[in-house]
Design a protein around this ligand. Structure first.
Ligand code: DUC
Ligand code: ZN
Ligand code: ZN
Length: 467
């Protein structure tokens, strides 16, 4: 075909189904041709590189307010430039409803924060914290029809938690409107009970966050969420699954034909509860405080098995960055008890390299599975497929060119987020993205963002979980 704007030449194209040598021809931001010896106005030599669908990180937090006034380290500029440098072309951040707030007003607020600032495409999930009759009856249905086709509910946190009756109400709306509910499954009362006991014993260091957020509490809440979904007959996604026990609940449900989907994250393969000890049980452990917390070697092995066997549909970062300085994690109250340490760690830039290096590089998962977990399945699950998540004629030319042999450690100094640390400092990685293209435009090269923000907000279709 003549008139191609750009040809990516000589690389190995990788999809969730296949790997093959081919050139990719791009016109008007879309993939127009896949073949051999293509020519176009511009050419990028991809000899020796893998050509992957751009990563889709389906779980990131950007510019979200917190109830204690601490500040999230990344807004839309720094969060999406970090994503782009890490091989991503789309991220799905959350629009968090503050109790008492209209959900529509909340969404408008996040659009204002994001507009003109995004280096990747973005699309908001909603977080429902106040399911009033107005929200359930009018706002949610209208928002789903406008392309916000997924929302998250929390089973813990004082300012976010929904009770079981409220969760069932949200599930009813999701079933009616064919929207996908993401569940943060940790049992609130169990965590509060353990927290009180640990504090009474004088156990207040960040390490004890991991003990308070016990895997049993995650397992119980996972089963409860699954049971509620079964009662209503609606598909759900259990997000950020940390270990063997909640995984078994998901497998139990799947074996009975329930549409229960699951997500896991880098922290559950690359960190353990011991990281929260810091340097001799000091505050350094706060760098690893996230919820659910990292578990143990047995759970890591279970997670790898789940990544291989399809228990997990998607692998997301749960990028939720707080600086370790006084604007984020390190406050007087956080020093007084782990329960005040903001929950969350950065990871949008390191998600793909960690899974590639530890997974594909070490023979734990195939290249096809890597692409499925990080791009194709997130696109299907969240209503972006086939525009996103695949290398096919007509799809957006969102690509990550990958050098599978490039070896260097993760270093905070080289990352593009606005957090002041990475929990993966010094981790040796083989396989890095060397160029990221969004609709045929280079948005990052050699670990640094390129150009002004060109990303936009994507309205999404119905989740593939409903078909
Ligand atoms: N849940 C998330 O999804 N991210 C960070 C903290 C949390 O509890
Ligand atoms: Zn969560
Ligand atoms: Zn999250």
């Amino acid at each position: 075909m003549s008139g191609l704007d750009l040809v990516i030449a000589g690389g190995t194209v990788v999809t969730a189904a296949d790997s093959y040598a081919a050139d990719i021809g791009i016109k008007n931001g879309r993939i127009a041709q896949i073949g051999h010896e293509l020519s176009g106005a511009e050419r990028i030599d991809a000899t020796g590189l893998l050509v992957l669908p751009g990563g889709i990180d389906a779980h990131v937090h950007l510019d979200q307010p917190t109830s204690d006034g601490t500040t999230m380290a990344d807004g839309f500029v720094s969060g999406t430039r970090s994503a782009a440098a890490g091989g991503n072309t789309t991220v799905l951040p959350f629009a968090l409803q503050i109790r008492g707030q209209s959900l529509r007003a909340c969404v408008e607020e996040y659009h204002q924060k994001a507009e003109g600032h995004c280096h990747t495409d973005v699309s908001f999930h909603l977080i429902v914290t106040d399911p009033t009759p107005q929200v359930l009856g009018q706002e949610l249905p209208a928002l789903v029809r406008d392309g916000y086709t997924s929302f998250k509910v929390f089973m813990t946190y004082d300012d976010l938690v929904l009770n079981d009756a409220q969760i069932l109400d949200v599930f009813e709306v999701a079933r009616r409107e064919r929207a996908l509910v993401m569940v943060h499954a940790e049992g609130h009362d169990a965590i509060r009970h353990l927290t009180r006991r640990l504090e009474a014993e004088g156990h207040t260091a960040p390490y004890y966050h991991g003990q308070a957020h016990a895997q049993i509490a995650e397992r119980e809440a996972t089963h409860r969420a699954i049971s509620h979904a079964q009662l209503i007959d609606v598909p759900v996604v259990i997000v950020h699954v940390s270990g063997r026990d909640p995984m078994e609940q998901i497998q139990w449900a799947r074996a009975r034909g329930m549409k229960v989907h699951a997500e896991t994250c880098p922290q559950y393969i690359a960190l353990t509860a011991d990281d929260l000890r810091g340097l001799n049980m000091d505050f350094d452990g706060a760098k690893y405080v996230c919820s659910p917390p990292p578990r143990d070697a047995d759970s890591q092995a279970a997670i790898w098995q789940g990544l291989r066997d399809g228990t997990f549909d998607i692998f997301s970062s749960d990028h939720c960055p707080f600086r370790i300085d006084g604007t984020g994690k390190d406050t007087p109250s956080a020093r007084s008890s782990f329960k005040y340490v903001p929950n969350g760690i950065p990871g949008v830039e390191t998600r793909l390299p960690i899974l590639f290096s530890e997974g594909v590089g070490k023979g734990r998962i195939s290249l096809q599975r890597f692409v499925a977990l990080t791009a194709t399945n997130p696109a299907r699950l969240y209503g972006l497929y086939p525009q996103k998540g695949s290398i096919a004629i007509g799809a957006d030319a969102d690509l990550a060119l990958w050098d599978p042999t490039l070896t260097r450690p993760i270093r905070q100094a080289q990352l593009n987020h606005n957090c002041d640390y990475t929990p993966y400092e010094g981790m040796e990685i083989t396989g890095w993205p060397v160029r990221t293209l969004l609709r045929g435009l280079t948005i990052a090269q050699d670990g640094a963002p390129v150009g002004d923000p060109t990303g936009g907000h994507l309205s999404r279709g119905t989740s593939g979980a409903f078909v």
